[in-house]
Structures are given as C-alpha cells and as structure tokens.
Design a binder for this molecule. Structure first.
Ligand SMILES: Cc1cc2nc3c(=O)[nH]c(=O)nc-3n(C[C@H](O)[C@H](O)[C@H](O)COP(=O)(O)OP(=O)(O)OC[C@H]3O[C@@H](n4cnc5c(N)ncnc54)[C@H](O)[C@@H]3O)c2cc1C
Length: 505
C-alpha cells in the first residue's frame, strides 16, 4: 500500500488529477479511531492533547521505541508559553526550564528586548527538548490519547469515509483522518506526493552544549572581542554550567559523520585562539540551512503539521514553537469536523492561516543566516541592522516576529486586534487564560447583555464589565485569537455561525 487515493471531501481540497477511491475493501478494517497521528514529537503530542479536549478518539503512532535521548536545550518563545498557560500546563513546564530574557535572538544580535512587550509571559524558557516532549506526551495521555511506540507508518490509502494506515509490520488501522507530524523527512508528506520546494543546504554549522574550563569573565571578554570581527560564532551560558556553542562547520572533516568534541575545539581555536577548555558535551550536532515549505497542508483526509510541513535553520529557535502552534491551530478545527459542527470551510482555514506564518518564519531564518555570513556585504547589513535595532519599533517588530506574538490572521476588515491573539488579561475570575483550559470558544462581554444562545455547548460566556479591555465585547476562538469585536447580537450570531457552525436546536 504505497500509493494513496484522495477522497472527494471537501470539494475545495480536490487535487487535480489525483485518484479518488470510493469506500472499498480497505474499510473492512474497523474504523477504530477518529484521528491517527504519525509521530510523537512535540507537534504530534500537542495535537493529540488538543483533540482529546473535544473527546476525539486519537491514536499516536511513533516509530521509535524509546523517547529521544539527546539533551538539546530548546527555547520556548512567548506565544508557546502563552499556549501552555491557556491549557494549564505552564506551571508544570516552568519547573523544568530556565527563564531568560526574551531579547538577543534575532541573528544572535545582542540587543535587549524592548520594555513593555505585550504579554504576561515576556521571557524565553530554555528547556531540554526531551523534557518538553515528555510533558506534552504525558498531558495527551492524561487526557485519554493512546500512544503506541515502535510503530512506523509506512503507507496509507484514503477513501470517502476514512484513511487506512499501514504500519511497518503490515498491521492496518483505520481512522477518519491522518495527520503527519512525522518530522522533516515525513513519510506521510512523501506518500501524499505533496511538493516540498525550497533551497537545499548551503552552509553547515556546528552546534552543541558543553561545559567550559575557564571563568565566565574570560569568556565574556573574548566573545565581545570576536563579535567585533563578526564571526558566525557564539558561546553562551545556558544555565547549570552548560554553554551553548555555535561555530562554522567549514573545514571540519567528514560531513557524513557526527561532529566530535575535537571538531568544536579545533574550530574554537581557529576563531578565538583558545578552545575555552570545553569538555563534557551534552550533545553535538551539525545542521544546514535547508529551507523548504510543503505546497499544501491538506489533501482530503490527510494533513501535515510541524517539521513535516516546513524546515528551516534553527537560528532564532523557532521550529518546535512553530510546530506546536500549528497543532494548536489545527486541533479544535479538526475536532469540530469530527464532532460534526464545523462550518464547511473551517478545516481549510488551517492551511490559509498557518502556511503564510511558516512562510514568514522561513524568510526570517533566511535573513538571519545571511546576517551570520562573514562576507563583507552581509556584515555591513548586520552592522546597519544592529544600529536600527536601537529604534524601539524595529527591535519590537523583530521580537514579535520571532516570538510569534505579532501574528495577525486575516479575518477580513476590522480593528487591528481582529485576528490577533489576545494577551492574558485580568478578569473577574482571575486570569483570562485560566478560563481557556477546556479549549472552547469564549465570549468576553463587557456589555453584559449579549448571549451565546445555541452555541453554549461550544462557547463560554463571560459577562465582566471589569475586564481589562478597551472594546465592548469580543469573541475568542479556542486558540485565543480574536474572531469578532462589537456589541450587536445579530452581528455576533453571524460570527458565531462563521466559526462555530449552526446553533444547537
Ligand atoms: C540544532 C537544533 C536546535 C534547535 N533549537 C530549537 C529551538 O531552540 N527552538 C525551537 O523551537 N526549535 C528548535 N529546533 C527545531 C526543533 O527541534 C524541531 O522543529 C522540532 O523537533 C519539530 O517537532 P516535530 O514534532 O514537528 O518533529 P520531530 O521532533 O522531528 O518529531 C517527529 C516524530 O515523528 C517520528 N516519526 C518519523 N517518521 C515516522 C513514521 N513513519 N511513523 C511514525 N513516527 C515517525 C519521529 O521518530 C519523531 O519522534 C532545533 C533544531 C536543531 C536541529
């Protein structure tokens, strides 16, 4: 079963020339699940949890028998921290990470974040990737998701009722939808035949975490000196005596072999004249700047999210954040489709909203990689941008981009807040985000005269004249984005229909 057939539903997602298979012998396999997710990385685990909030039957298939063992520390940016707060996970996650200032991430240009960033969580959390993956997987399992390890998806076939998924051992399982969260080399994307255009890798970089053998003061002085020569290099403390090290890979031996500590020592000596006594590496890796974006995120009943849909260099630390945010956008929409209340085009808004966001991340990583080049032209641009970042607006724009709090989805004409996420604000019951744990919509009503009527099974209503808002009333989607602003009941009903389908009788 290596080919796949494309279902007719919905018509807007038909692929010209693609095969369509009516329900066939394939569905002799019982339709046991609503959604099968390929891959239990951060994207797959987050999606499973979001679907479970709506009682969707979810199975996550993970090819590895054990969780990842490398200890790479990743940065969770502001928007991801907000998502965790919206689902009641933030306290748990904060216990395992280390808070750092939000600034200094764009092309590693060392500028502090502007004051007054519009968030209750205006910091970066450094946390080992396996820890965040474990916490998200535990959360999904607590909510009732099934996770099966040692199960690689090798094929699938879709028809008008569902998707039959084949595993490496030949076992077949059936669900109504399949989501490929199976990483950069996604089997699901390849079998789907979705194009993955972009650029191959041109520049290789070494990145790792290790301990150093010299005092911090010595490192600070040397790093400042090297910064003057604008080498693509950093050596930064990441907490508990661990340093994050980035050096160019040019000149390092065999590309096919994983880098060694000696490779890092050699590169450090070439750049800094000293290897800073680095030792005891936690992990060492080599990455390129391949940059690619899936042509589409959905074909019929099969969707893509996370690295399966987009890859880019890790500069700025955005990949995991982007994937988790894809999952947050998709979860409630796919759940609505399965529960039967989704408006006809709701599921398609996943691609409409998230594809341009990924395109923007790809572009900002392209720009950042250029700014790390040692060529005189890019270095002049780097100096200029460094000057420009002294202007608060420029610095703020770049930080809002990297941290994803600047995203505004296109919901049509309206006030600037429409389509943006709403920051956590004080409400009668405490914090707004504390009211979003169940993944439902929320009407925040300062007029105290509106109602969610027949949508009350999907949307909560908070009448609160004290809410710290400068609009009379707004409707939040389950992902915390502002779907409507106003004070008129008929207008509200139209927008409830747009996002939450028909009212219950
Ligand atoms: C050096 C480096 C540093 C980084 N730093 C950061 C950072 O600071 N911040 C940040 O946001 N991002 C960072 N990233 C990027 C981040 O690691 C990825 O974007 C993130 O892991 C993507 O998550 P994912 O769940 O989409 O995919 P993955 O993490 O790749 O997970 C995919 C899962 O699918 C499984 N799988 C694969 N094929 C199959 C199959 N056929 N069947 C079943 N299961 C399958 C895999 O085993 C894996 O568990 C960094 C990346 C690198 C290389």
């Amino acid at each position: 079963m290596h080919s796949q057939h494309v279902a007719a539903e919905p018509p807007s997602n038909d692929v010209p020339g693609a095969l369509w298979s009516p329900a066939s012998g394939a569905n002799r396999v019982p339709l046991t699940f609503d959604v099968i997710i390929a891959g239990c990385g951060p994207t797959g685990a987050m999606l499973a949890a979001e679907l479970r909030l709506h009682d969707v039957r979810v199975l996550v298939l993970e090819k590895e028998t054990e969780p990842k063992s490398f200890v790479r520390i990743v940065g969770l940016h502001i928007r991801s921290l907000e998502l965790m707060a919206m689902r009641g996970l933030l306290d748990r996650i904060l216990q395992h990470g280390r808070q750092r200032p939000a600034g200094g991430f764009f092309a590693a240009i060392n500028k502090p974040a502007p004051k007054g960033l519009d968030s209750a969580h205006a910091y970066l959390l450094g946390i080992p990737q396996p820890v965040i993956e474990r916490l998200l997987e535990e959360h999904a399992i607590e909510l009732g998701a099934q996770v099966r390890r040692g199960c690689a998806v090798t094929g699938f076939e879709q028809d008008d009722e569902g998707v039959t998924v084949e595993l490496a051992g030949g076992e077949r399982l059936r669900s109504r939808y399949l989501v490929g969260c199976d990483g950069a080399r996604s089997t699901v994307r390849k079998l789907l035949g979705v194009g993955f255009p972009g650029e191959p890798s041109r520049t290789e970089t070494l990145m790792g975490e290790m301990e150093v053998g010299v005092p911090q003061a010595e490192i600070t002085a040397k790093v400042a000196e090297i910064r003057e020569t604008h080498q693509p290099f950093w050596l930064r403390p990441f907490g508990e005596g661990i340093y994050s090290v980035v050096v160019p890979a040019a000149g390092v031996s065999d590309r096919a072999e994983p880098p060694t500590l000696e490779d890092f020592q050699q590169q450090l000596r070439a750049i800094a004249g000293t290897d800073f006594g680095v030792h005891s590496p936690r992990w060492l890796s080599r990455f390129g700047d391949a940059t690619r974006l899936a042509e589409r995120y959905r074909v019929g009943r099969v969707l893509l999210a996370g690295d399966a849909a987009h890859i880019h260099p890790p500069i700025g630390g955005q990949g995991l954040n982007l994937g988790v945010q894809d999952a947050f956008n998709l979860g409630w929409k796919l759940a609505a489709q399965i529960r039967g209340w989704a408006p006809e085009t709701l599921l398609d808004t996943y691609q409409a909203e998230r594809h341009p966001v990924a395109g923007d991340v790809l572009d900002n990583t392209r720009a950042q990689m250029e700014l790390l080049s040692t060529e005189p032209g890019p270095q002049a641009v780097r100096r200029l941008l460094t000057e420009l970042m002294d202007f608060d607006e420029v610095n703020r724009h770049l930080i809002e981009k990297i941290t994803a709090i600047g995203i505004r989805y296109d919901f049509g004409a309206g006030p600037d807040l429409l389509g943006r996420r709403l920051r956590d604000i004080d409400v009668k019951q405490g914090h707004l985000y504390g009211l979003l744990h169940r993944g439902r919509g929320l009407l925040l009503d300062r007029t105290e005269r509106l109602t969610v009527g027949g949508w009350s099974d999907r949307v909560d209503h908070l009448a609160d004249p004290t809410a710290a808002l400068d609009v009379p009333c707004l409707l939040l989607r389950p992902d915390g984005h502002v779907a409507w602003i106003g004070d008129d009941q008929q207008d509200l009903d139209d927008h409830l229909s747009r996002w939450f389908g028909k009212p219950a009788d």
